[in-house]
Write a new protein. Structure first.
Length: 146
């Protein structure tokens, strides 16, 4: 019977085999936990994209007359574009905001389309806050200066 010797360093000792196996198991378990945690977050906790609001009913309000600077006046009528499913809105908040936005302006401040558009955007911002997002837009139904 002959015995062949293997060169040193070609075979792992049993202690080394157990150590490498534990590290691999921990790495696999760690990776599995990360994947499951990420999948759970994606499925249940990730922020959902907001849906675009759907326009609903348009509510026309009575025209009002406002005093402008220099003895001029503005007769203005507005309509509110509501979001679909919005409950009945009280137009008094919108009329009050319109008075606050346009009263006391000079006639030149409301004469050009660019200035009117700017004031309309300002009014829409106020109404979005006042009606908690139920009002999507404002339309001028009457706009007469003298």
């Amino acid at each position: 019977m002959s015995v062949t010797t293997m060169p040193p360093g070609t075979k792992e000792t049993p202690a080394e085999e157990g150590k490498g196996g534990k590290v691999k198991k921990l790495a696999v378990i760690g990776l599995a936990v990360l994947l499951l945690g990420g999948g759970g977050w994606y499925q249940f906790l990730r922020p959902k994209p907001e849906k675009e609001p759907v326009p609903g009913e348009v509510v026309a309000l009575e025209s009002i007359q406002l005093n402008l600077a220099g003895g001029h006046y503005l007769r203005i009528g507005i309509a509110l574009q509501l979001q679909e499913g919005a409950h009945e809105v009280d137009g008094s908040k919108a009329l009050d905001a319109t008075i606050e936005t346009f009263s006391g302006l000079s006639i030149s401040d409301v004469a050009s389309p660019k200035d009117r558009r700017h004031k309309k955007e300002e009014l829409e911002e106020v109404l979005e806050h006042e009606y908690h997002g139920d009002v999507l837009g404002v339309y001028f139904t009457e706009f007469v200066t003298q």
